[in-house]
Design a protein around this ligand. Structure first.
Ligand code: ADP
Length: 265
């Protein structure tokens, strides 16, 4: 899965959102394998909660209709809600804006035994904020450094961080937004503002590219996930998360008692 990790300087237009090469088999095989990964994730999450030692932070970023919600449902919703939490980041409130931009984020990071999924994140402060000139360039430019240091603090204090950029094509976004507009069941998800953002596609791609190049670190790596094919996106993210979790060697702590002779009266 290494090839999806941003290690050297990347150019986004050389990444193919439809790519699905790392999975050898068919879509059906990938869906079957996802079921196994889901089962394994749920079991490991329970152990992580019981051990009360590790903290896992997963960051999801992507364009509108990029699949952040779908990923949460298909990859992470299998776990026990006790110990797994989703934190969504929308337009900051007035109160949040009176603080620095990391203030609302730091509140939401995982505690020991917790897995937290960020649906959007502090990266909005170098994405939408940059694209819409919400603060001057000299302000957002400094944020890459802040973010790297903030994530280093979290990692030094025991947080494992994985960041996923869901890469969809312009055409795929068009189809997904149209599908939302056409389907009465999905219209609640349709936000006319998404059409204005869509017109800024190229500016967003530049902002994403710089974000990926500046903030993929050893302690908080970015992975670029080809996300036009939902089955591949889900399989790939589940695979990367599980390979990281396996390395943590999580163990359930067992009280030191003479279990063979233990009888509950
Ligand atoms: P979503 O698209 O994530 O399902 P919304 O439609 O409510 O949810 O969108 C949230 C919006 O909040 C996005 O347009 C996003 O760019 C914006 N947002 C998030 N963080 C910030 C921020 N720090 N500054 C300005 N806008 C932000």
């Amino acid at each position: 899965m290494d090839k999806y990790q941003v290690k050297n300087k990347i150019k986004l237009d050389s990444w193919d959102p439809q790519e699905h090469g790392a999975f050898g088999g068919s879509k059906k095989d990938a869906l079957d394998e996802l079921i196994n990964l889901n089962t394994e994730f749920a079991a490991v999450q329970e152990k992580l909660y019981a051990e009360n030692k590790h903290k896992l932070l997963i960051v999801l970023q992507g364009m509108d209709a990029g699949g952040k919600d779908g990923t949460i449902r298909k990859v992470f919703a299998v776990a026990n809600p006790q110990g797994v939490r989703v934190a969504g980041f929308k337009v900051p409130s007035e109160k949040e804006l009176t603080h620095d931009y990391l203030w609302r984020v730091h509140h939401q990071v995982p505690a020991k035994g917790e897995i937290v999924i960020f649906n959007r994140s502090h990266y909005e402060d170098v994405l939408v904020v940059r694209v819409h000139n919400l603060v001057p360039e000299k302000v957002w430019k400094k944020r890459y450094r802040h973010i790297n240091e903030f994530e280093r603090l979290l990692a030094d204090e025991g947080t494992t961080i994985l960041k996923f950029f869901l890469l969809i094509s312009n055409e795929e976004q068009k189809q997904r937004l149209q599908a939302r507009a056409d389907n009465p069941e999905k219209r609640w998800k349709f936000n006319p503002g998404d059409l204005d953002e869509r017109k800024l596609w190229n500016k967003y791609m530049s902002a994403y590219e710089e974000m990926l190049n500046r903030t993929s670190t050893n302690w908080a790596p970015w992975y670029i996930i080809p996300a036009d094919k939902k089955w591949y996106r889900n399989w790939l993210i589940a695979t990367i998360v599980m390979s990281k979790l396996r390395k943590l060697k999580i163990k359930i702590p067992i009280p030191d008692l003479d279990w063979d002779k233990f009888v509950v009266e």
